[in-house]
Design a protein around this ligand. Sequence first.
Ligand code: SF4
Ligand code: SF4
Length: 372
Amino acid sequence: MEQLVIDVEGLQQLLDRLVQQVYEVIGPRVRHGVVTLAPLRSVSELPAGLVEVQAPGSYRLEPMETREGVRPLFVHRVGPESWRHFLHPPAELLWCAERKDGHLRIHPRAAEAPRRAFLGVRACDLAAIAIQDRVLAGGAHADAGYLARRNRLFIVAVNCTSAADTCFCHSMGCGPEVKEGFDLLLTELTGGGEHRFLVEAGSDAGANLLRMLPSRLPERGELEERRRRLRQTAEGMKRSLPPGAASVLARNLEHPRWQALGERCLACGNCTSVCPTCFCSRMAEKTGLDGTRAEHWRYQDSCFNAAHSYIHGGVLRHERGSRYRQWLTHKLLHWQAQFGTPGCTGCGRCIAWCPVGIDLTEEVRMLGEVAA
Ligand code: SF4
Ligand code: SF4
C-alpha cells in the first residue's frame, strides 16, 4: 500500500476536509484530567505532548516531549472512553408509542444516523469495533441503529508508537500495528525533530481524501522509523495474556480463586463501562403520567449488577466472584466458542480503571499455574 508523508498543517487540512464533507470529527481530547473522545475541529485540541501512565488501578497524564522539543499528538494511547460509546451509545430510544384522538401510533427510532469520522483509532480499538460488528451488525438480528451509524463512519486510525504498562494487544494478535478496517492510517514520526505523519489509505474514500492533501513520498529513513517504532512498541509491552487462556478457564470453573476474587471485587462495573467490546444492555419503559406517551429505551448494563442475572424468580449470580467469572469466561472462553476469537483485544482499560487493581492477565496466569 502506498504511503505518503504529510505535516501537521496537512493533518489540519485533513480535519478541514472531513468537516467540509459534513463529518462530525470525534477524536482524543483532554477533559477532567483524562483523555476522552469528543468532537474536535483543530489539531490544537489534540492532547499534544501528553502520555497516559497506567498501572493496575492507576491512571495519570504526564507531559512528554522528544529531545528535539516535538510534542507528539498521538503518544497518549487509550483513555477510559472507547468508540463504542458512539457506535452503541449507553442510552438509546428504540421506539415510542403515542395515543392521540383515540388512536395508538408506534414510532420507530429515527433511521438517520450522524455522519461521523473517528480520528485516532488504535489497533486494539479497531479489533473491538470488528468484535462489536459481529455481535451487533452480523447474523439475522442486526441492530438497525448500530448498522446505520457504522455504515456512515469514516475511520482515521493511528499506529501506536509506545505502549502503556497495561497494554497487551500484541499477545492478543490485535496490535500494535493497524492492519485493516480503516479509511486512512497515520503513523506519527518525530525523527530528526521534524513532526510529520506517514499516511496510507485503506479504502476508496480514504484514497480520495488523501489525494486532496499536500503530501510527498517518504524517505527510506521515515519508513525505517515506522518499522522501528512498531517493533519497539510490541517488544515494550510488559503484559501478555498467557496462551491457552480459554482452556485454562474451562478447566477451572470451580476453582477457589473465584471466591478470593469476589472478596476483592467491588462489583462497581468499571471494567464493563470502559471495555470497548462489552455490549450488555437492559430495556426500560418511560411512560407519561397522562397515559398519552410511552418510550422504550435501551440502557447499557453490566454483568456485575445483581439484576443482570435475574430470571423469573430470582438472581442467579449472588456472589461477586461468580459475576467476575461470568465476565471473564464470556470474554475469553464462550466468545471463543461462539465467534472463533476472544472478546478481549488487550487494550488494558479494565486493568487501569479497576479501583482495586484486578488484572485479568494475572488472574488467568494464576489459574493456569495452579492448574498446571
Ligand atoms: S477485557 Fe479489558 S483488556 Fe480486554 S478489551 Fe475489555 S477492557 Fe480491554
Ligand atoms: S473487577 Fe474491578 S472494575 Fe470490575 S467490577 Fe470488580 S472492582 Fe469493579
